[in-house]
Design a protein around this ligand. Structure first.
Ligand code: ADP
Ligand code: UDP
Length: 240
């Protein structure tokens, strides 16, 4: 039976006839502060689906192992079902957001080497920071698989920093999620969109990501649309 197996803050996950494949539905919903700020934003689901599909298609082409199979419709895509590893893998190229507030530094400092952080994915606990020994203590993932996840994250950083530079955007920071296929292979899952990364216009430093919503800087959809249009100028649309 085809049924909704998970209703998240930004997406729904549906089973399909194939037990190894899920259908993702992107919702017109924006949340911040772990769901405490919440709004319906018309068109957001469609734009994020288009952006994430373009980026995952590009990552697949670049031989990054991902869950993405194909975009199905304006708001839906097909992905390989994984068991999500409950870690949010954050990489930062410049200081922003919680890094700036936690350590009392200004935003926009470029790091000599990207900063890598892990958070325990748990809405109830507010996604607390977690280090490698804590990950081992809680047995969340083996050290070998954690290394694989960071190796993939670093390659994603190289590929996407370069891609965004081509369209005059700085990839400031981002969050990735990984999961395991039924045979245990670790692959990149979830989405890549302005909902889970920071993008600053190279010339003006304008925020072109969810900070527009988090910080009430204006309307979200025109900004996300601009990111999509810039991406379409460099990525092949036929693969969508
Ligand atoms: P949240 O759970 O934070 O509200 P979403 O609304 O984006 O986030 O919900 C999507 C959920 O589906 C997330 O919990 C994510 O970890 C999970 N997910 C993403 N990709 C896959 C996949 N390929 N297989 C199974 N679950 C996935
Ligand atoms: N991020 C995310 N989901 C989260 C927390 C962070 O996608 O639950 C992303 C966020 O969009 C940013 C990066 O991870 O691109 C770093 O976020 P930060 O720790 O600065 O927290 P934030 O200020 O976004 O709450």
């Amino acid at each position: 039976m085809v049924e909704m197996i998970y209703a998240g803050k930004a997406k729904q996950m549906w089973s399909t006839e194939d037990p190894e494949i899920l259908r993702v539905v992107y919702l017109d919903q924006a949340t911040a502060l772990n769901g405490k700020k919440k709004d319906q934003i018309k068109g957001k689901g469609q734009i994020n689906n288009e952006i994430s599909s373009l980026i995952f298609t590009y990552l697949n082409q670049q031989k990054i192992p991902t869950h993405f199979i194909k975009r199905l419709s304006t708001t839906e895509e097909l992905v390989k079902k994984v068991e999500i590893i409950p870690l949010e893998m954050v990489t930062r190229n410049l200081s922003a957001g919680h890094f700036a507030s936690r350590y009392g530094v200004k935003e926009g400092i470029r790091f000599i080497q990207p900063v890598e952080e892990t958070y325990y994915k748990s809405d109830e606990l507010d996604d607390p920071f977690i280090n490698e020994s804590q990950i081992a203590a809680l047995n969340l993932v083996s050290s070998k698989d954690l290394l694989t996840m960071w190796q993939i994250s670093r390659r994603v950083n190289e590929l996407l920093s370069e891609l965004f530079l081509q369209i005059n955007l700085q990839l400031v920071d981002y969050k990735l999620e990984f999961g395991r296929l039924s045979d245990g292979t670790v692959i990149l899952a979830d989405e890549f969109s302005p909902d889970n990364c920071r993008l600053w216009d190279l010339q003006t430093n304008r925020h072109m990501d969810k900070d527009v919503y988090r910080r009430d800087l204006g309307e979200l959809t025109p900004v996300y649309e601009e990111v999509l249009h810039r991406l379409q100028t460099v990525l092949n649309k036929e693969e969508q």
